[in-house]
Ligand binder design. Structure first.
Ligand code: HEC
Ligand code: HEC
Length: 259
């Protein structure tokens, strides 16, 4: 408590001594709220993108790498280059993101070890891979803690359809909804549900929940429904207590691959 007080006094004094820096942080926040908050959350608390209010950012440990991430985005991983920034604006965003890392966050309430047991008990591995273990119906979660914030991960478990990644469709060259649920009725009247793997004007390929691969000519199908905005991941709402959910989110947040 006293330490916290001391730190905030020191910080306030430092800010007073360097009015330029405080101004940069203020301007940086405006830019951040306009360009970054929809993915990284207001105040960098994380959402579809990872939280940024951490002292050490995995992909941006120093200011130079942070500039690179902001300037170029992280192509193919759901972080677009937002827009061209002037050098001044870039420094302001950097100053703001760094200021987030100095704030006390008060997160990480769950127990990751228990979360890992819950992950096993609920059978998440029947659809997800972590470090090579599991089944690949859904996305690989080996680096999910690096990709998504805590609130988004929580939502993924208790309301998957409300937490579909929006960012991917914005990445130039991607434009393809991943894990789109598809329902087809074949010529002989069989119904098959799965996620779309690929599609061209004449054929569609999907994988059903038992990981079987199917390929159809569209002209052979009686029906083809694409269920945009839906998820084939079952909701775990009601099957898990709040405390267990905290533990599970702590486990998922800690999955940061080999980086
Ligand atoms: C469309 C969503 C989206 C927008 C907009 C976005 N980001 Fe990201 N950002 C992501 C995702 C997803 C990742 C995780 C990429 C990965 O490593 O898998 C990420 C990663 C990062 C990282 C690396 C974090 C770490 O722990 O290493 C930084 C820093 C970052 N973003 C800053 C920003 C800033 C600053 C802005 C605004 C200029 C911004 N981002 C805009 C989605 C977004
Ligand atoms: C029947 C298969 C299935 C099961 C079981 C399942 N998931 Fe999923 N999960 C998916 C699919 C498919 C997606 C892809 C996005 C979507 O459709 O929601 C997904 C998405 C996710 C995401 C978001 C990934 C991202 O990149 O945004 C997380 C996190 C996640 N699942 C965690 C879990 C956890 C934790 C469990 C166990 C409690 C679990 N899943 C059980 C199929 C499953």
């Amino acid at each position: 408590m006293t330490l916290l007080l001391l730190v905030s006094i020191l910080f306030a004094t430092a800010a007073q001594n360097a009015p330029g820096a405080a101004n940069d942080i203020r301007e940086g926040k405006k830019l951040f709220d306009g360009m970054c908050a929809r993915c990284h959350g207001v105040d960098g608390t994380g959402d579809e993108g990872p939280s940024l209010n951490r002292p050490t950012l995995t992909r941006a440990p120093d200011d130079e790498s942070l500039r690179t991430v902001i300037r170029d985005g992280i192509p193919d991983r759901g972080m677009p280059r937002v827009r061209r920034l002037t050098d001044t604006e870039l420094e302001q965003v950097v100053a703001y993101v760094r200021s987030l890392g100095r704030r006390s966050t008060g997160t990480a309430s769950g127990d990751a070890q228990r979360g890992r047991e819950i992950y096993t008990r609920l059978g998440c591995a029947s659809c997800h891979i972590v470090s090579g273990q599991g089944s690949s119906f859904g996305p690989d979660l080996t680096e999910i803690g690096l990709q998504r914030g805590g609130a988004y991960l929580r939502q993924s478990v208790v309301g998957p359809a409300e937490a579909l990644p929006r960012g991917l469709s914005l990445v130039p060259g991607r434009g393809f909804v991943e894990f789109l649920p598809v329902r087809v009725v074949t010529g002989d009247g069989r119904e098959v549900r799965g996620v779309r793997i690929n599609e061209d004007p004449f054929t569609i390929q999907l994988r059903d929940t038992t990981n079987q691969f199917h390929s159809y000519r569209k002209s052979d199908l009686k029906q083809l429904d694409k269920e945009f905005g839906k998820s084939l991941m079952p909701s775990f709402r009601g099957r898990i207590t709040d405390a267990e959910l905290n533990d599970l989110v702590a486990y998922l947040s800690g999955l940061r691959g080999a980086l």
